[in-house]
Design a protein around this ligand. Structure first.
Ligand code: FES
Ligand code: FE2
Length: 358
């Protein structure tokens, strides 16, 4: 077989035909990595919405994102190495530039041209120390979201892999009624007070404000931070993968949480959590304390979500029974399903107030 005949089928196929199914069937920017996880010179493998993606920095430090499968023999490109502005496959050394085009085939014949093939390249943006990737389908916003870190706050970040789907992780973050049990003594205790919650659909998801909450009598993080103060607490899901939680305690304390969940496959999700704490001159100390509590609380939530994911997978589907305290999660689920179908919001945005024991 000469080089001419070899080239023919390859020349017709610039980008591979095969692709893997995306977990969330919707265009969006997904959080692929923290900036400091991607040093220059070393590629990083990630699964982004179910698609294998390799990230690397070119010679200027700019992030490139390619599908993590070599078009030659389908080895993961992330096993290779960064050479200047290109990524070189480990197997036969083919090199690809940041737009995915093959620029070198080291073992070519003297008469052979480089085959006209490429891997998919994805838009990647580094913003506020996070690297966002969109898989390129039409309809994603022009830019990824921005979550800057205000200097008046103390900041820390967590990253966890949870064996549960994205929506159950968002639901968990929105669900106050588990906290007195799953996090007893650390974050709330057995339900005691009637509290009200206002649930609102927003243009981008669902917002839940917990009303009438105060720290008096609490034997947990709220009493340490608040000492009999009024608490203002808002949870907001920004579809399809983000949860923002704000606690304002008294006049001067504020704790903000941004959680972004990136599906790696249907039952495996990488969760990035960025938390900011403002507490006057005690901010550095209180940030360390909140970090300590948060790590314990998150470990409890992960154990629960892993169990929930395992049971749902084993039984083949979900079968939930909702009570009033589950309405924030139920509204979130309705919005989430609608968003994935491309019909959220579909009409006037709804609001509802509920009362339950917390
Ligand atoms: S499999 Fe990548 S160069 Fe051969
Ligand atoms: Fe929890």
């Amino acid at each position: 077989m000469n080089a001419e005949t070899l080239e023919l089928p390859i020349r017709d196929t610039r980008i591979a035909e095969l692709s893997v199914k995306q977990v969330l069937p919707t265009p969006a920017w997904f959080l692929a990595a923290r900036g400091d996880e991607l040093p220059r010179g070393a590629p990083l493998a990630r699964a982004v919405n179910g698609v294998p993606v390799v990230l690397y920095r070119d010679s200027t430090g700019r992030v490139a994102a390619l599908e993590d499968r070599c078009p030659h023999k389908n080895v993961a490109l992330s096993l290779g190495r960064v050479r200047g502005d290109t990524l070189q496959c480990w197997y036969h050394g083919w090199r690809f530039n940041r737009i995915g085009v093959v620029v070198d085939v080291p073992c070519h014949s003297p008469t052979e041209k480089i085959p006209a093939c490429a891997v998919r390249a994805f838009p990647a943006v580094e913003r506020d120390e996070w690297i966002w990737v969109t898989l390129g389908a039409d309809g994603a916003p022009a830019e990824p979201p921005s979550y800057p870190r205000d200097d008046a706050y103390g900041w820390f970040e967590l990253q966890n892999v949870i064996h549960a789907p994205v929506d159950l992780i968002l639901e968990n973050g929105l669900d106050c009624s588990h906290t007195g049990f799953a996090h007893e003594g650390l974050f709330r205790s057995a339900p005691r007070d009637d509290i009200r919650a206002r649930i609102e659909e927003t243009a981008t998801g669902v917002r839940v404000e917990t009303l009438d909450e105060h720290s008096a009598g609490a034997k947990d993080v709220r009493s340490v931070l608040g000492r009999r103060q009024q608490i203002r607490h808002v949870d907001e899901v920004i579809l399809p993968h983000t949860l923002r939680v704000d606690y304002w305690i008294g006049d001067h304390a504020h704790v903000v949480t941004i959680l972004v969940a990136t599906p790696e496959d249907e039952f495996r999700t990488r969760v990035y959590t960025r938390m900011g704490v403002r507490y006057g001159w005690l901010t550095p100390l209180v940030t360390r304390y909140v970090r300590w509590v948060t790590q314990k609380v998150v470990a409890q939530d992960i154990a629960i979500l892993n169990s929930q994911g395992e049971r749902i997978r084993r039984y083949g589907r979900r079968e939930f029974r909702n009570v009033t305290a589950d309405l924030p999660a139920a509204w979130m689920q309705r919005a989430f399903r609608g968003f994935l179908d491309g019909r959220y919001p579909s009409g006037p945005l709804r609001t509802r107030e509920i009362t339950y024991k917390l």
